[in-house]
Write a new protein. Sequence first.
Length: 190
Amino acid sequence: MANALFLSLTYLQNNTPLNANIDASELYPHAKTAEDIHIQEVIGTKLYDYLKGVVIASKASPPVSISTNDRTLLEHLRNALIWYTVYDAFPFIGTKIRNIGVVQQNGDNLTNASDAKENKLEDKILNKAVAYMNIVKRYLCEYDSLYSEFKCDSWNLNPNLLTSTNSGIAFERSTKEDIDYNYVKKWFNS
């Protein structure tokens, strides 16, 4: 199937910290891989291919109009996609791979941010991407009857108590039955 981005690179630059001075040709590969990897992983290949077909048809001659439901879903996906693109592009914006090897770009009167600051920024970018993707998941589950290509019952949007969180609390159990849910509920509601 032909390539079709769910966003324009202008939209990406206008709605993220990436400014217009960054060459769009350097952003395109990151937008494409973010769409292929992050978006397709969440919505599934069938819905992904369907939406790509919708986007391609909308740009054909004569163009086929996009339904209101598909447009709404694409808008939700676009918001997640811009932040996943920034997340994927982030390590490569100041560092380039050239024929002489990996080089760091330094402009006049600019200094590089500390690793800690870069890590914090990267975490914030990823958090935005994940938050927008959760909006996509909720939308798809609420309107799953509109998309036969997507099955909401495969997504569990409740917290997974079997994994670690950033809170420092980890539940090291192999099954849900091993966790005393009353204790967990009491602990978090107190």
